[in-house]
Design a protein around this ligand. Structure first.
Ligand code: GN1
Ligand code: MG
Length: 376
């Protein structure tokens, strides 16, 4: 028998699986490459499959708060008979917590277990307007189901996570501390941010106007956080509740547009391939408004602005991380975070080129106000 510290991480995943309320005995686990933050494994017993995640406690030092938020959200869904709207967490043995840590071996990590949703697949690129519609409706319905949940019940696990002003400030700090080699490489990306601070100010004015209520957000509405029935455009459920927190509803639709209407992968190197696809955008807006029926007029009219500001914000986060030496987002190659940032800025530019078209899919009653908002 190997000492825990000698085990490979997939053995640790199997060991961790046995600490949760599962059906059967763990028999195998293998790495499942998804996301930039947590490390995931698919682990099986003879009869069931589970998703085991080794939690990144650098990013989420408040594990109780993270677990609390997931429990509040999934319990709320279950209370409405909607437990299958999101991937279901499995409680640990004894403690009933949604995570487990070996008390005798802190180096073996902190683990979480979820039911694996069989016969599904995820997509990194959107292949049709139908898929865009289905993904957006799934996230809209998720928000709808949580619209009567008091956002104050969720803890701010990642303070200021969605705030473009704070993200801009963090980028400036990273710029001030970066090596000259990285600064040189990042020059044009930084120039884009410097030339677009008006966008951040517009967002600030909107929030200051007090018209944006606090909502429970999913907070990471990428297309690949929706599971689709295999070889179909049927959305089965949403996954990754790590960033469920209180925030501005526009964040979720904005992130959805950023990722799902993009013509190319998040880290595409050839920027000539990158643009925001307006057909996909139209389907996203239609799907989202079909699902999220609670939205006020002010929130709906902010959709085009949200799409730009969230894309800009995540671009600033990638860029800050590149300048900081890639400490936050996992990378497979040098320069990947800079490429990710450049793609986001190219997407913002592409939205700005067609800025009035972004208002067309909105209901006629808010179109004029939406145009005014982006013209600010
Ligand atoms: C991270 O790890 P993943 O892919 O679930 C990040 C999101 C970013 C996203 C960009 C906790 O999500 O905020 O939008 O990368 N999650 C966290 O792809 O920072
Ligand atoms: Mg995530």
């Amino acid at each position: 028998m190997l000492a825990l510290t000698d085990r490979s991480e997939s053995d640790l995943a199997m060991h961790a699986l046995a600490q949760f309320c599962i059906d059967g005995e763990p028999v195998a686990a293998q790495r499942f490459r998804r996301g930039h933050i947590q490390r995931s494994y698919v682990a099986e017993t003879g009869t069931h499959r589970y998703l085991l995640q080794r939690l990144n406690d650098q990013v989420f030092p408040e594990l109780e708060a993270l677990s609390h938020n997931v429990a509040v959200v999934t319990d709320h869904l279950a209370g409405k008979g909607l437990a299958d709207t999101a991937a279901r967490p499995v409680r640990s043995l004894g403690g009933g917590l949604l995570w487990w840590q070996d008390p005798g071996n802190a180096g073996a990590g902190v683990w979480r277990c979820l039911h694996f949703v069989d016969e599904t697949e995820s997509h990194d690129l959107c292949d049709s307007p139908e898929r865009a519609f289905a993904a957006a409706r799934a996230f809209g319905e998720f928000q709808q189901a949580l619209a009567d949940l008091d956002p104050g019940l969720l803890q701010p696990t990642l303070p200021d996570f969605f705030d473009p002003i704070v993200r801009h400030r963090q980028l400036e700090t990273a710029r001030a501390q970066a090596s000259s080699a990285r600064l040189d490489q990042a020059q044009s990306a930084l120039g884009f941010v410097d030339g677009n601070t008006a966008l951040i100010q517009t967002w600030e004015q909107l929030v200051d106007s007090g018209s944006m209520p606090d909502r429970v957000l999913h907070g990471d509405t990428k297309l690949n956080n929706v599971l689709f029935r295999r070889e179909s455009v049927e959305a089965v459920c949403v996954v990754d509740l790590d960033t469920c927190m209180s925030g501005w509803s526009g964040y979720d639709i904005g992130d959805l547009v950023r990722f799902t209407a993009a013509s190319a992968p998040e880290d595409e190197r050839d920027l000539s391939k990158v643009f925001t696809d307006l057909d996909l955008y139209r389907s996203l807006v239609a799907g989202y408004l079909t699902g999220a029926r609670f939205l006020t007029k002010s929130e709906v009219q902010a959709v085009p602005l949200s799409s730009q500001i969230v894309t800009m914000t995540i671009g600033m986060r990638f860029l800050a991380d590149f300048l900081n030496g890639d400490q936050y987002f996992a990378i497979d190659r040098e320069g990947q975070n800079l490429d990710r940032a450049r793609v986001q800025f190219r997407l913002v530019e592409s939205m700005q080129e067609r800025v009035q078209d972004l208002c067309d899919p909105l209901p006629a009653s808010v179109r004029a106000a939406a145009r005014e908002l982006i013209a600010l």
